[in-house]
Design a protein around this ligand. Structure first.
Ligand SMILES: NC(=O)c1ccc[n+]([C@@H]2O[C@H](COP(=O)([O-])OP(=O)(O)OC[C@H]3O[C@@H](n4cnc5c(N)ncnc54)[C@H](O)[C@@H]3O)[C@@H](O)[C@H]2O)c1
Length: 368
C-alpha cells in the first residue's frame, strides 16, 4: 500500500457527495475515484458528469464493495442509513470515511467501532472543522497550558435555515434525521469544543422547536461541567440570523477566542482592576502563528481524508477516528437526555442506560 494510490468508492450521490469528490480530486496524487453507488443510478451518473470524473456506477453498494481495487469508501447516505453501509464496507476490508452525524446513539457508534476493530480497518468521520487552521491553533494554545487552568469556555453554532431546508425528505424527523440542529449542525462546533477542552463530567440542557414545523429541535442550549472543572456553555440553533460560529476560552488573566482568532490578556493594578498586557497577547499570537511551520493536512473536506490516508500508511488512528469522536456522540446523547428529563446527566453513560440505544434516544425525545 506504501506508494500505491488508494482506490476510492462513494456510497450516496446526494448533495454532500460532490464535496467528497472535490476533496479526492484535490488529493489526486494519492487516490483515484473508481466507483460510486446510489439507489438512483441516474443521479450518480449526473454527479460524475458534472464533476468530470470517470468511474463505474452501481445501484447496489454490496456489489461495488466486492471490487478489489476499492481501498477507501466514503459513506454519504442520510443519518438513518449510516450503520449498514459503514459496517458492510469495513467487513469487505475497506477503510471508511463516514459522514456526520457519525452515529445516532452510543449503541450505533459502538457497533461501527467494533466492526472497525474486528476487520482491522480505519474509520474516519467527516468532521472537517477539526482541520480549520484557527481551530488547530486554538487547540495548540489551550493544550499548551499557556492560558493557565480554564475557568470558563463558551461555544455557539448559530445558523439560519428556512422551511424549505426541512423539506428534504429525511430532515426534521427522529426516525430519519435522528436529531435536529444539535445532531446535524451543532455537532461540528460541539466536537471541536470537546476536542479542545477535554472530557465532560456532567451536562444540564434545554432543547426546543421554536422556529420551524418539525419534530426535532431547532434550538439546543447546554451547561457543561468538564472533568478538569472548567464550566462550559454551548448553544446551537437554525433560527439565528447571524449565521455565526464562535468560541471563547477564559483563563484567569488570558482569553483566546474564535472567530476571528483573537487574544486578550490582563494584568492587575494595585486595586485589582485590569490593565492590558500587550506582551502576553503578543506571545499568544506568536504561539498561534508558529512561524515557518505548515499544517500537515489541508482545510475543508480534504482534511479528514488526507489524514485518513496518512493514518493508513502510518498505522495510527485518524484525527477524526471513530474512537476519537465517540465522546462527541456521548455528549450529544447526554444533552438530549438532560433536556428531556430536566435533570443533570453525569458521564460516562453506561450500556445499561436506556439512552444508550437509538430507540432509547428516540423514545426519550418523542415522549417528553
Ligand atoms: N460534513 C458536512 O459538513 C456535511 C454537510 C452537509 C451534509 N452532511 C451530511 O451528509 C449526509 C448526506 O447528506 P446529503 O445532503 O448529501 O443527503 P442527500 O439526501 O442529498 O443524499 C443522500 C443520498 O444517499 C442515497 N442513498 C440512500 N440509501 C442508499 C443506499 N443504500 N445505497 C446508495 N445510496 C443510497 C440517496 O439516494 C441520496 O442520493 C447527511 O448525514 C448530512 O448530515 C455533512
Amino acid at each position: 500500500m506504501d506508494n500505491k494510490r488508494f482506490g476510492v468508492a462513494i456510497i450516496g450521490a446526494g448533495d454532500i457527495a460532490c464535496m467528497h469528490i472535490d476533496a479526492y480530486l484535490r488529493l489526486a496524487e494519492e487516490c483515484e475515484i473508481v466507483a460510486i453507488s446510489d439507489l438512483n443510478g441516474a443521479k450518480a451518473e449526473k454527479l460524475l458528469a458534472t464533476s468530470g470524473v470517470r468511474a463505474d456506477v452501481y445501484m447496489d453498494y454490496a456489489a461495488m464493495l466486492e471490487r478489489d481495487d476499492v481501498d477507501v469508501v466514503s459513506v454519504c447516505t442520510p443519518p438513518f442509513l449510516r450503520e449498514g453501509p459503514v459496517v458492510a464496507a469495513l467487513a469487505a476490508g475497506k477503510h471508511v470515511v463516514c459522514e456526520k452525524p457519525f452515529a445516532a446513539s452510543l449503541e450505533e457508534c459502538d457497533a461501527m467501532l467494533d466492526a472497525a476493530r474486528r476487520y482491522d480497518r480505519k474509520l474516519a468521520v467527516m468532521l472537517q472543522t477539526r482541520f480549520d487552521r484557527e481551530v488547530t491553533a486554538l487547540r495548540r494554545i489551550i493544550r499548551s497550558g499557556t492560558l493557565g487552568p480554564l475557568a470558563f469556555a463558551t461555544a455557539e453554532n448559530h445558523h439560519w435555515r428556512g422551511d424549505a431546508y426541512y423539506r428534504k425528505q429525511w430532515r426534521g424527523s427522529w426516525e430519519t434525521e435522528r436529531g435536529g440542529v444539535l445532531m446535524n449542525l451543532g455537532v461540528h462546533t460541539l466536537d471541536v469544543f470537546l476536542w479542545i477542552v477535554g472530557q465532560l463530567a456532567s451536562v444540564k440542557a434545554e432543547t426546543g422547536t421554536l422556529g420551524h414545523a418539525i419534530a426535532t429541535e431547532d434550538v439546543a442550549a447546554a451547561t457543561l461541567r468538564f472533568r478538569d472543572g472548567t464550566i462550559g456553555q454551548f448553544h446551537c440553533t437554525t433560527v439565528h440570523a447571524a449565521n455565526r460560529n464562535a468560541m471563547a476560552f477564559v483563563g484567569k488573566t488570558k482569553t483566546a477566542a474564535l472567530h476571528p482568532l483573537s487574544f486578550m490578556a490582563m494584568k492587575e493594578d494595585e486595586f485589582g482592576f485590569p490593565i492590558p498586557d500587550p506582551e502576553a497577547e503578543a506571545a499568544l499570537a506568536k504561539l498561534a502563528g508558529r512561524e515557518g511551520e505548515t499544517e500537515p493536512f489541508p482545510e475543508g473536506f480534504a482534511g479528514p481524508i488526507a489524514d485518513l490516508f496518512a493514518a493508513i500508511r502510518e498505522g495510527r488512528e485518524p484525527v477524526t477516528g471513530g474512537g476519537e469522536v465517540r465522546a462527541t456522540v456521548e455528549a450529544v446523547t447526554a444533552i438530549y437526555k438532560a433536556a428531556a428529563t430536566g435533570r443533570e446527566v453525569r458521564l460516562p453513560l453506561s450500556a445499561e442506560d436506556p439512552w444508550y440505544t437509538t430507540e432509547g434516544v428516540r423514545n426519550g425525545m418523542t415522549s417528553r
